[in-house]
Every structure is written in C-alpha cells, then in structure tokens.
Write a protein that binds this ligand. Structure first.
Ligand code: NAD
Length: 275
C-alpha cells in the first residue's frame, strides 16, 4: 500500500479513530487539525505503533493555511490519494434553548435563554462555515493531487441531522444537509475523472462534543440522551470504532462503483419512524 490519506479534524475523536485504523491498514496518514498538539499526538501514536503519519496544523477555513499544509504533506508523504473531511461541529450560538417554541418564551426571555428569535447570525455563520466551507476548501486544495491518478476518493462527514433536522440545532442540521448535498454534487462533477465522493452519516456517538447534552455528571442519560436511545432500534450510542468498516470499504477498490452515497451508521435511527 503506497497511498496517502489526508484527514482533517483528525486530532478529534472520530477523525483520530479513523486515522489510527487506516494507518494499521498500511495507508500513510496526514493528520490535520487546528490544534497542532492534538494532530501531533495522534501522529506520534501511529508512528510508535509502526505506522507512517505526520501531524500538520491547518485551518480548514483558510486557503493559505491548507496550501502550506499540502506542501508539507507532499514533501513528506507524497501526493494525496484520499481525503477525509473530518473537521466539523456545532456552536451554542446556533442552538435554541428549547425544542419547541412556546408563546410564553418571549415574555420569559432572560439572558442566556435563546428562542429562535435570539439566534445569532454569527453563530449560524460559524457552523455553516466550519462544516460546509470547511469541507469545500480542503477538497479544492487536495483533490488537485487526485487528477490523473487512479483509486482516489473523498469521504465527507455528514450527520443524522442532514436527513431530518434535530430539534434545537438548526444551523448544524442545515450545514450537514449542505454537506450531504455537496457530496452528491461533487460525485457527479468528478465522475469523469475517476474521483469517487461519498459521506458517512454517523448517528449518535458519545464524544466530548455532546457528552453534556446526552449525559448527566453521574453518567445517567439526560432527557435528550434518553430520547435518542429510544429512537435508536439497537438501543445504544455508537462507538467511534463503528465508523471504521464503512470507511475502509469506501477507501478501497471494493467500492469502485460507489459514488455519491451518504451512509447512515446509526443503529437504525434513520430507518425508524418511532412507532
Ligand atoms: P471533535 O470535536 O472531537 O473533532 C473535531 C476536530 O476538528 C477537533 O480536533 C478540532 O480541533 C478540529 N477543528 C475544528 N475546527 C477546525 C478548523 N477550522 N480547522 C481544522 N480543524 C478544526 O468532533 P468529532 O465528534 O470527532 O466529530 C468529527 C466529525 O463528525 C464532525 O464533522 C462532526 O460534526 C461529525 N459528527 C459527529 C458526531 C458525534 O456524535 N460525535 C455525529 C455526527 C457527525
């Protein structure tokens, strides 16, 4: 195996898990993250278990930063064969306090309580930029390496919210819907040059990003955590390792005729009507 995989946001929980798993399969891994230390930690871990990785600091929202990362990666690992756009996330400023609007909310509105009318455009923009622009820009930079090569592909990270929006998080839901839509658009656009484009749609994974939303300090489930488990036929949260099999498949020749799909990895959440 002489392929190089670039993973953005790979200093985080899910990207880091994919980086370790793909390195074990023999891929060379460029671990990109805004946080240099987080990227280096994952790369060091991979290298000390016999893999080949480098940690690179870059901001997925800045073209120059990505271009400079690309130069470093090309010099030490060669050109990019596979790009995994893993950087993404939500922001409290794009989130309402309650799932449903009540007339009394307006009168009761105190500082910190957010109705739909209080949503901050800056918060919405942050979330749209991070998830959508943060997928588009790295693709513009790294997909150039894939032109004229064989066996190249791009994997984006969408979410359950993209199929049906979750309450309280309109910005994140809309931004991930844009990621799914872009995955299909790009799959068609790149179909004549042999670059496949697919996405993972993880269900609910207990990570630092959502731990306080889904669990109380004693480890018991919050009301929202309970709702999610009840809506998940398999009756549990996913483990980061649950993303590995689908990712290996989408990176490999086994999925040579697969492009433009968004794969739910969700314990049946998206298939279940609730009844
Ligand atoms: P995480 O917060 O652990 O990791 C995200 C990483 O992205 C962090 O290391 C962070 O430093 C990095 N990052 C943030 N902004 C960046 C920027 N501008 N440039 C470069 N790097 C940046 O999150 P995670 O749970 O591992 O999520 C990874 C992806 O999976 C995200 O797109 C997230 O939206 C998506 N996702 C997560 C879940 C879940 O349950 N955790 C579910 C569905 C989708």
């Amino acid at each position: 195996m002489n392929k190089t995989i670039v993973i953005t946001g790979a200093g985080g929980v899910l990207g880091g898990t994919l980086a370790r798993a793909l390195a074990k399969e023999g891929y060379k891994i460029a671990v990109i993250d805004l946080k240099k230390e987080a990227a280096d930690n994952i790369a060091n871990e991979i290298n000390s278990s016999g893999g080949n990785a480098i940690g690179v600091e870059a901001n997925v929202l800045e073209k120059e930063s990505l271009e400079s990362a690309k130069r470093i990666i090309n010099n030490s690992l060669g050109s990019c064969d596979i790009l995994i756009n893993g950087a993404g996330g939500n922001h409290p400023l794009g989130t309402t306090s309650n799932p449903y609007f009540q007339e009394s909310d307006l009168a009761n509105s105190t500082s910190g309580f957010k109705t739909f009318f209080d949503l901050d455009p800056a918060g919405i923009k942050f979330v749209f930029d991070l998830n959508f622009i943060g997928t588009l820009l790295p693709t513009q930079i790294f997909a150039k390496d894939m032109i004229g090569k064989k066996g190249c592909s791009i994997i984006n990270i969408s979410s359950m919210n993209a199929f049906t929006p979750l309450t309280k998080i309109p910005a994140y839901s809309g931004a991930k819907a844009a990621v799914s839509n872009f995955t299909q658009w790009l799959a068609v656009h790149f179909s004549k040059v042999g670059i496949r484009v697919n996405a993972l749609a993880p269900g609910f994974f207990l990570t630092d990003q959502n731990r306080t939303l889904l669990t109380n300090s004693d480890g018991s489930l919050t009301q929202r955590g309970n709702q999610i488990i009840e809506q998940t036929p398999m009756g549990k949260f996913g483990e980061p390792d649950d993303l590995i099999g689908t990712t290996l498949w989408l990176c490999s020749e086994g999925s040579n005729f697969v492009t433009g799909i968004v794969v739910p990895i969700d314990g049946g959440f998206s298939a279940y009507s609730g009844v």
